[in-house]
Design a protein around this ligand. Structure first.
Ligand code: SF4
Length: 68
């Protein structure tokens, strides 16, 4: 199962990831992206979150394979 992570040191809070995939990404009280869902992602959520990862201007998003 895939899950996504945001490196807050790299994130500039542009909001693009949340626009592409609001099911997985939100902007926290500090104005930086945060992952709000990292369990049981649907294939559509994985697809949209992958688009967000690829579109992030600072490459702050990464994807992990979690085979547990
Ligand atoms: S797209 Fe990247 S830089 Fe923009 S808010 Fe999301 S993680 Fe941060």
């Amino acid at each position: 199962m895939e899950k996504f992570k945001v490196n807050k040191d790299a994130c500039i809070g542009c909001g693009a990831c949340m626009a592409l995939c609001p099911e997985v990404f939100d902007i926290d009280e500090e104005g930086l992206a945060t992952v709000i869902k990292d369990d049981n992602l649907t294939s559509e959520e994985v697809e949209n979150a992958t688009d967000a990862m690829e579109g992030c201007p600072t490459a702050a998003i990464s994807k992990e394979e979690d085979n547990a």
